[in-house]
Design a protein around this ligand. Sequence first.
Ligand code: HEC
Ligand code: HEC
Length: 219
Amino acid sequence: MRYLVALSAALVATVAFAQDAERLVAQAKKRWAESPHGPMLERILPPTFEIAQLPERKSRGARLLVRYCVQCHNLPNPAMHHDAKWPGIFERMVVRMRGKGNMGELMYEMMAGVEAPIVGEAEVLLAYLRKHSQRPLDPKKYPAVNEPEGQSFKLACQQCHVLPDPKRHKASEWPAVVARMEKNMEWMNRVVGNRPEPDEPQLKIEEINAFLIKYARKG
Ligand code: HEC
Ligand code: HEC
């Protein structure tokens, strides 16, 4: 019985959190939609990453991310950037939330209702981003990245973040990640493969997958 009470309390808390999170996201989308710069804000980050996919979803860090980081664009994935990159990006975002960022006029129109984290919250949020960050590829461990077999991967996959460590995923998982990245590229208007101009680099999905699968995590 006590177990059941605890379980239902946990369920209620989870459902409340999920509803609250969805509400925050809906509010934020409304704010961009009403901004004349909505279409630009919408494309800063792709919509491919969802609240349900957040690591340690119920932690304070995850909640703070949902509270503060969907106010102007889609939900950021902590695994998008590596540890060393987050403090600089985070600082840029906090300055904006305080209404002092660049793109002043753009933010000015949207700033009513935008909240900034207080000091203690900012620490927890940044620690969360860093803890679940991307592990960069170490070229000493994978010299092939500088050989012809790594060129397509290298060209395509360091446009928005560092090259990911191939051991991050198993061979069976990589093609779906690469397919999602192709969508991310379309979304963020960084597609390299859709214009058949001879001097434009092409997006060579097969070569990228072959490289990642070869060096993927075993088992
Ligand atoms: C006040 C609006 C605003 C809020 C709130 C905001 N951002 Fe941003 N964000 C922007 C704008 C504008 C850009 C595009 C320009 C740029 O990259 O600085 C951006 C871009 C980004 C990018 C892509 C740029 C890159 O270097 O990869 C990431 C990642 C990001 N934000 C993460 C976050 C995180 C994490 C938070 C919460 C701590 C957050 N943002 C909160 C306005 C905001
Ligand atoms: C247009 C920008 C862009 C390009 C180019 C890009 N990515 Fe990403 N990448 C993102 C964004 C945005 C995220 C976070 C959202 C997500 O996970 O979809 C991300 C996250 C990741 C992650 C961490 C999430 C996970 O599921 O493990 C990996 C690994 C990754 N990218 C691999 C790649 C590979 C491999 C390529 C080359 C095929 C690539 N990326 C090219 C934007 C990009």
